[in-house]
Design a protein around this ligand. Structure first.
Ligand code: MN
Length: 206
């Protein structure tokens, strides 16, 4: 059985970027519903018992995949944000890779925000790294993750489902994404770039 992972900060800690009402609906309602739904599948399908979340994502389709992947995506999303008071910056090998593949941090931001704005309907905008450290931006629809079919490892993600921002931003997805950019936990992103592997999030929810 999977448990809703603890947020790494208080639900009020990201305000005014994301206010408590936005956080409560997103975390306590949306994220928890994916956990409850996946646990119902695990209860009735013996082949899922004992599998990690990542193993379920890589071996399932349909409703099982959608709920498992949404649990993974949301957990990663919470962890890759931080309160404005804990501001961090990309440094070292990560910053070198950003300069090499995007020119500058400002260019990466512009392309990330643009990619999120242009993600049609519900989905996610990701910064990823392949095993050699080559960075790329990936837009996925609905629950999809970048790392199926031997795709690249996620470093950073923003949720661009309307439920992620509509309480605070209504239809202003670009403003939400630009404000997201000032609340990135770059230490988390750097850890992901150091391994260039899909992060093990199962251990945060068992
Ligand atoms: Mn969401």
């Amino acid at each position: 059985m999977f448990k809703l992972p603890q947020l790494p900060y208080a639900k009020t800690a990201l305000a005014p970027f994301l206010n408590e009402e936005q956080m409560s609906f997103h975390y306590d309602k949306h994220h928890k519903a994916y956990i409850d739904n996946l646990n119902k599948f695990v209860e009735t399908d013996p082949s899922l018992k004992g599998k990690s979340l990542e193993e379920i994502i890589l071996s399932s389709t349909g409703g099982i995949f959608n709920n498992a992947a949404q649990i993974w995506n949301h957990t990663f999303y919470w962890f890759n944000m931080a309160p404005a008071s804990e501001k961090s910056e990309p440094t070292g090998p990560l910053m070198d890779a950003i300069k090499k593949d995007f020119g500058s941090l400002d260019e990466l931001k512009a392309k990330f925000v643009d990619g999120g704005v242009k993600t049609f309907g519900s989905g996610w905008i990701w910064l990823c790294s392949d095993a050699a450290g080559k960075l790329s931006l990936v837009s996925t629809s609905n629950a999809a993750v970048p790392f199926t079919n031997n795709g690249p490892a996620p470093l950073l993600v923003a949720d661009v489902w309307e439920h992620a921002y509509y309480v605070d931003y209504r239809n202003l997805r670009q403003k939400y994404l630009e404000t997201f950019w000032t609340h990135i936990n770059w230490n988390f992103v750097s850890e992901n770039f150091a391994t260039k592997k899909v992060r093990d999030l199962t251990k945060t929810m068992v």
